[in-house]
Design a protein around this ligand. Structure first.
Ligand SMILES: [Zn+2]
Ligand SMILES: [Zn+2]
Length: 389
């Protein structure tokens, strides 16, 4: 169809991807991965390497020395606490941990871009290659941005890609505007008083309130009149009392994940969920504790930045997929929208490929070459240095 997928990666890059795959590390524990990446980057002679951004973030800077934009490319260092079930030679060597989101592949792509930049520096502005920690928990981007040294690499544009199973291999999907949902976990703990199961009236059971919350919270977007498809509350965990027949329960936990198309709607929805839980708890004579976890900002694609992705896809003959609606999953990359013109695009991993976070997922090596080509085209578009192609 096109020669887009014929852009194969060097054996070095594929080996790097497999090495990273063998040694996955969890969010904020990516010390060894960061070290391996810094060594790899040293080979490609950047003007500066900044280590320890946030926690384990690594940035390589290629500076033309001439006026121009600072353009950042972001990839992720972390794996997942999931046991991999694949049997190929580069399967995870660490029990209970796996690179099952493809961050190993994203890192290989950005290292491939480093090699291209070493071969031909940008002609204007600066290129920053950022390997960010803790994407999966939603804390890494904020940590990198809060690091005082981030000022030295503060970008005008920031780009990232994520591989996506369920789309044709190598297909590029992007749209301006909302692209990925905001997301946050809400943990609700209800406390009453235990009693003998023969005398439930002598205690305060959270059972009825728990059931009402489990029904009412997922219906909240509709109750509040949100536009269909713009927000979502998913029940993710619930527990009532202890597994015992003799006790009327005195405690319950209800966890929900709350998602919305933009940060404003998200803030409204989570506030309403907390109010609902408080009201029901009070009416039921229960104590309540609320905790928020894993906050991801919504990802908003800047029109200008998307233009550079579209131009790259067009020039390289990449197959395209329409993205009609924003994705309901979240990406920590959304946080960079507060500091730069950002755009994230998806790169298809194959229609029938195991899904992200599945135990048999593996990043398709065929995407490394096309991924490098997309990023390099964007560099040449914004910072010159070589005819793109
Ligand atoms: Zn993931
Ligand atoms: Zn991911």
């Amino acid at each position: 169809m096109t020669n887009f997928l014929a852009r194969t990666a060097t054996p070095d890059l594929v080996n790097l991807r497999h090495d990273l795959h063998r040694r996955p590390e969890l969010s904020d524990e990516e010390g060894e991965t960061a070290k391996r990446i810094a060594e790899e980057l040293e080979k490609h002679g950047p003007d500066e390497i900044i280590k320890g951004l946030g926690t384990h973030g690594v940035a390589a800077v290629y500076d033309s020395g001439a006026e121009g934009p600072t353009v950042l490319f972001r990839c992720e260092l972390d794996g997942l606490p999931i046991t991999e079930i694949s049997t190929f030679g580069w399967r995870s060597e660490i029990d209970g941990k796996g690179h099952l989101c493809g961050h190993d592949g994203h890192m290989a792509i950005v290292c491939g871009l480093a090699a291209e930049l070493a071969a031909k520096k940008p002609a204007r502005g600066r290129v920053v290659l950022l390997f960010q920690p803790a994407e999966e928990t939603g804390t890494g981007a904020a940590g990198v941005i809060a690091d005082p040294r981030f000022e030295r690499i503060r970008p005008d544009f920031a780009f990232a890609l994520h591989n996506l199973p369920g789309l044709p291999l190598g297909a590029v999907g992007v749209r301006p505007g909302p692209f990925t949902f905001a997301s946050e976990g809400l943990a609700i703990r209800l406390t009453g008083r235990t009693s003998h199961a023969a005398q439930p009236e002598a205690g305060v059971s959270p059972a009825a309130v728990t059931v009402r919350l489990m029904e009412a919270l997922p219906e909240l977007p509709e109750t509040l009149g949100h536009q269909p498809g713009h927000s979502l509350v998913t029940l993710s965990h619930a527990r009532l009392g202890e597994a015992a027949f003799g006790i009327s329960p005195g405690e319950a936990h209800v966890w929900v994940t709350i998602r919305a198309i933009d940060d404003k709607l998200q803030a409204e929805l989570i506030g309403e969920a907390e109010n609902l839980a408080r009201r029901l708890a009070e009416a039921g004579g229960l104590g309540i504790a609320l905790e928020r976890h894993e906050n991801f900002a919504a990802g908003h694609n800047d029109q200008d930045a998307v233009g550079h992705i579209e131009a790259a896809a067009e020039a390289l003959g990449a197959p395209r997929v329409e993205v009609d609606d924003p994705f309901r999953w979240s990406e920590d990359f959304g946080r960079f929208g507060g500091v730069a013109k950002t755009a994230l695009f998806v790169l298809g991993s194959g229609d029938d490929h195991p899904r992200l976070h599945n135990p048999d997922f593996d990043f398709p090596d065929e995407l490394i070459g096309p991924g490098v080509a997309m990023f390099e085209h964007i560099v040449r578009d914004l910072c010159g240095g070589q005819t793109a192609g």
